[in-house]
Design a binder for this molecule. Structure first.
Ligand SMILES: [Zn+2]
Length: 286
């Protein structure tokens, strides 16, 4: 989420106030809605680019919002070349030059959504009216950064699940991915496999503080970049550090491997020295 937040801020800086000249759909699979038409925003100004969970919200001043999900390999970048058949291209927003203020010499600008890999999961939803209560945003839990300590405690108490999985469950808490879940559990000194509903008051305090500081630090880092970077380049204490010495103690960072992701942790600081193994038979029942 910090990378999406910083990207939304960069896009607002570049594009707020610009009028949408056209939207070019480069891959039909990328458009997830057909009603209202995505062209409904053409001729209208972009008010801002916001964020909800891991989604970018391109809000236009006629009330239409283009919701964009980048997934793993998606990028939304300035596209000065505008080639007719761009490799990996899903869609392109072309904006008129700003016609107010100091638009002198300003060029029109285009931003293209691309997706590496073959998953074709990134996409665009065109939504009229308040997007928050509509697909695909309506199933999202509260923003991780909006949760006060008691709201977090209530969510935890209601979910008898492993902490790492709960933190990543966008329907419960929105905005945290695999890396932040690892980093937050480490910063809180909690096992990624701790049962969320059994955390005591002190552990809830630590978790709440860890969410705040880990997200704030990561967002600060992302704001220094001019595009969404690779996750391997993001500063981390445990994530992507399997087998490396822990920076906080003498232990070594350990992992539990899953097909789609890896849990990283420091045994000394998080599990009383115990090594975690996934011994559930229900790991595919999420
Ligand atoms: Zn450690």
């Amino acid at each position: 989420m910090p990378e999406v937040q910083a990207h939304a801020e960069r896009m607002t800086e570049s594009l707020a106030g610009h009028r949408l000249a056209r939207f070019e759909l480069l891959n039909f699979a990328a458009l997830k809605t057909f009603d209202p038409p995505v062209d409904g925003a053409v001729g209208h100004r972009l008010s801002e680019v916001g964020r909800r969970g891991k989604y970018l919200l391109l809000r236009f001043d006629n009330g239409q919002t283009h919701v964009v999900h980048l997934m793993q390999g998606g990028r939304l970048r300035p596209d000065p070349k505008r080639s007719r058949k761009p490799k990996l291209g899903l869609g392109r927003w072309v904006f008129d030059p700003p016609d107010d203020g100091d638009g002198e010499g300003a060029d029109d600008s285009a931003w293209m959504l691309t997706e590496a890999g073959s998953e074709r999961k990134a996409g665009v939803w065109a939504i009229d009216g308040d997007p928050l209560g509509q697909e695909p945003l309506d199933h999202l839990g509260p923003e991780a950064t909006d949760l006060d300590r008691d709201a977090l405690a209530e969510i935890l108490a209601g979910h008898s699940k492993r902490l790492h999985g709960l933190l990543r469950d966008q329907r419960v808490i929105a905005g945290l991915g695999r890396m932040l879940a690892n980093e937050i559990c480490y910063a809180a000194g909690l096992s990624p496999f701790a049962n969320a509903s059994k955390l005591d008051d002190d552990q809830v305090d630590r978790l709440h503080r860890a969410i705040g500081t880990v997200v704030a630090d990561a967002t600060e880092h992302e704001r220094t970049l001019d595009d969404i970077g690779k996750s391997v380049d993001r500063p981390s204490k445990v994530h992507n550090r399997a087998g490396e010495p822990c920076t906080g103690c003498d232990d070594t960072i350990r992992t539990v491997e899953y097909r789609a992701y890896t849990v990283y942790y420091c045994p000394t600081e998080q599990t009383d020295g115990k090594l975690l193994a996934d011994n559930t038979t229900s790991k595919f029942l999420k």
